[in-house]
Design a protein around this ligand. Structure first.
Ligand code: MEZ
Length: 543
């Protein structure tokens, strides 16, 4: 055994109950049972971890306290009055870069947007905080949804998405998501993405939580990495797309009418600001898992600090669904070195069961994520969990069942990344279960957009995880990879069109920031906190 002796007893119970569980069909939860689980145990319902925003377009709305602090904060740019630049040596009249479409963020949505805007003839600049492709897209594992089989349709996909989101989703956005999905997938294949295929050449598809058809297209268990590889290669191979890495945006720039007209970037290598003038700006900065809401571990990449939300909010953009986050049911709970890292839902899609410390199943494995995560938290709060030597709680995800059910070699073939991730720490998941607990995975909400990714701020578009509405209050597996491609493509096309329509000289200014600072003062919100955060602080507490 690779688990510490303290975990042996529950491990033995898990193994001992396997034969019985192999023949057991665990019932799906009733609507009433789901509601009780969500209200009783989902982190979205922990009222005292939320704060009502005191300033900005969403004043009065609830959001996690960690995010509220950043949304209410002051800019990192120094305060000056009048038309001069806030930073000595930096001229808003003489921008360092000029383009039609500035894309802030170099993940799946940013790259998709860049390719489409480039196709439409726009002069494109991508500015990204870390390297191109350092994004949550890269970290998504289990698949991308698209209704491209005979027994499926965008209409069926639509119903699944709405059901998963508790019917709170913005209908136009869901329609765009599902209608574009087959074409988006074909586009990725055409660019070179290699999805898993059946011997006859047709796409291999599996279920995810909340899907009524097998429509999850996979590249083993590194689907996001395969999609990101494809998009990144395409962007890099197009000489016309300019790229600035390690260059996050720290403030948007606006014209006299409040329309967005560029951004101030910070070169992290040189610690120097620069100015970009752009006819349209697309925010594609991804999510905010690195804010560790409610002290949850996260499956997110290092740069997921909600920067785009802050930039857009200060410029006057309205946010939607910022009171709901997704906790992926299965983050690694052991060993400590990989705490919170994603254990893909595909593990359950292909047959693994969730088992508590007593060796009992407690939830149908493919309920929607919010329900499964709540059920695990419920088991742990009821004392039916396994506790590691570092006091982390978890339940078993019984992976050897996959091999027993589907034949030796299945795990290695279907989940090679998982095998390596745990194998590095001496755990052979073909023979031993994994220990898991929910991990902060996704920001269900974001900047409110239309189906063409427009916001209420002129010439500001948003795509991907930074946007809000399409997933309602809970996203289904595989709809995030789809979202970044569908809405990234839409944003790129729309931004190129808007750029063509925007004629005349663009005057760059920071009137929105002056207005923000006045509002802060009026509300007595003098704050030491500056945002966007850019990089999370992992300084170890020493007390
Ligand atoms: O859509 C996701 O979040 C995803 C594919 C994650 C996973 O479990 O693999």
């Amino acid at each position: 055994m690779s688990y510490p002796p303290a975990m042996d007893e529950s491990l033995r119970r898990c193994i001992a109950s396997r034969e019985r569980r192999m023949t057991e069909t665990f019932p799906r939860a009733t609507p009433e049972a789901k509601e009780a689980l969500l209200k009783g145990f989902h982190p979205d319902y922990l009222a005292d971890t939320f704060a009502a925003l005191r300033i900005g377009p969403n004043a009065g709305d609830r959001t996690p306290s960690e995010l509220a602090q950043l949304l209410e904060a002051d800019s990192t740019l120094p305060e000056v009055s009048g038309p001069q630049s806030p930073v000595p040596g930096l001229s808003l009249d003489k921008p360092d870069y000029d383009c039609d479409v500035l894309i802030i963020g170099g993940g799946g949505a940013g790259c998709s947007a860049a390719i489409m805007a480039d196709d439409a003839g726009a002069k494109v600049l991508i500015a990204t905080k870390l390297r191109l492709g350092d994004a949550n897209t890269m970290m998504a594992q289990g698949g991308i949804q698209a209704a491209d089989k005979e027994n499926d349709s965008p209409a069926t996909h639509y119903i699944d998405v709405m059901g998963g989101g508790h019917f709170a989703n913005t209908p136009d956005l869901v329609e765009a998501l599902v209608a574009d999905a087959p074409e988006a997938l074909a586009w990725l294949e055409d660019l070179g993405a290699m999805f898993d295929k059946n011997p006859d050449g047709s796409m291999k598809t599996i279920h995810g939580g909340g899907t009524s058809r097998r429509r999850m297209h996979t590249a083993r268990d590194y689907t996001g990495a395969e999609i990101m590889r494809t998009l990144r290669d395409e962007v890099r191979s197009r000489n016309d797309i300019a790229l600035l890495e390690f260059s996050p945006a720290v403030e948007l720039l606006t014209d006299a009418k409040g329309a967005v007209a560029g951004a101030v970037l910070l070169n992290l290598n040189l610690n120097r600001y620069s100015v970009v003038r752009a006819k349209t700006v697309i925010i594609a900065t991804g999510g905010s898992g690195r804010l560790h809401y409610q002290e949850f571990p996260t499956s997110n990449h290092y740069g997921a600090t909600g920067d785009g939300l802050v930039l857009a909010y200060r410029a006057g953009a309205h946010l939607a669904f910022m009171d709901t986050m997704q906790y992926h049911p299965t983050g690694a709970a052991y060993p400590q070195q990989i705490l919170g890292q994603l254990v893909t839902e595909k593990v359950r899609s292909i047959g693994a069961q969730l088992v508590n410390a007593e060796g009992e199943q407690f939830i149908f494995p493919l309920e929607t994520r919010d329900v499964v995560a709540s059920s695990i938290i419920c088991e742990c709060q009821s004392g039916k969990c396994v506790t590691t030597p570092t006091a982390v709680q978890g339940v078993w995800l019984d992976t050897p069942m996959i091999e027993i059910r589907r034949g030796a070699g299945t795990v290695k073939h279907e989940l090679p990344a998982m095998v390596r991730q745990f194998g590095r720490h001496g755990i052979d998941i073909t023979k031993e279960p994994m220990l898991v607990y929910p991990t902060l995975h996704y920001q269900n909400g974001g900047v409110e957009i239309t189906a063409d990714c427009a916001t209420n701020v002129q010439d500001l578009l948003v795509a991907g995880e930074a946007s809000g509405g399409v997933h309602g209050r809970n996203r289904l597996m595989g709809n995030s990879l789809l979202d970044v491609v569908v809405f990234g493509r839409r944003a790129g096309t729309a931004a190129a069109r808007l750029a063509k329509e925007r004629t005349g000289d663009l005057q760059l200014g920071l009137a929105h920031l002056e207005h923000w600072r006045k509002e802060m003062k009026a509300k007595g919100l003098g704050s030491d906190v500056r945002s966007p955060l850019l990089l999370p602080d992992y300084t170890r507490k020493t007390e």
